[in-house]
Design a binder for this molecule. Sequence first.
Ligand SMILES: [Zn+2]
Length: 303
Amino acid sequence: MPELPEVETIRRGLKNYIINKKIRKIKVLCEKSFINAPPKGIIKGIRRFGKALVIDLDSGWSLMVHLRMTGQLIYDGKERYAGGHPSDNFIDQLPNRQTRVIVELENGTLYFNDQRKFGFIKSFKTDQVENDPFIKKLGPEPWQMTKEEFYEKLQRHKNSPIKALLLDQTIICGLGNIYADETLFAAKIHPKTKAGLITKAKSNMILGVAERVMNLSIAAGGSTLKDYVKADGSRGDYLDKFALVYNKTGQVCPICGKAKIEKIRVAGRGTHICPRCQVLLEDSTTTNLKQASQNDKKQREIK
Ligand SMILES: [Zn+2]
């Protein structure tokens, strides 16, 4: 599933091909994949709200694109630009069986492909974009939030594991499973740590690291055609460029060089940690209880 940095990469890439281009025709091949009537106009801008892209037209209409699990946007003109879920569609002849919407532009064609059909394009008036229920409920992205705001939010959910809060898009927008794992690894915090135990200094660190990790990924180019097929024709995995723990189960930790990366489950998601660098902090109540039961045991042994 593309995460925020991948979607931002697509936005930056597509901008070079579609801005100021007139839409000649929109062909909807799958009704489920396009909500409302296809609008007309010249593309004036492309914005991103969380993981949704919004393409604004000069006619006062906008197209919101949700890629979800398997969505792809592929521009095919003099050159090809492709982003989203990486697959052979990036390089194959289009349209194909997975093409759901075709946007014919004056200088080429924009294909919306979506194998699983969880993604969609929705058209609405540009002045209604910010009232869209999806956009309305998005929390601020790491760079839109002050350290104080973030710390306060964590304090409001003292008993939740920190990873669950990082994945909650109403608290902080943009961190998916990959970036949550990378952020907590870099900040040396166990993902199960209760938010109430995160100090102000650690909270500041998480926010700073989240921003850095996502910027690195955007700089690395996300998952686009460029990375899908390397110059030598081999298939690339963009995650290899920056991921230190995600999908590295069994490999030696690149920070301590001693423990091996483990995969555990936190907040219902597969989670990658170094058990040596990310030690689980326990709150004093749990520690006291443990201590008490140990003392009891000792006392019994003495008797
Ligand atoms: Zn380690």
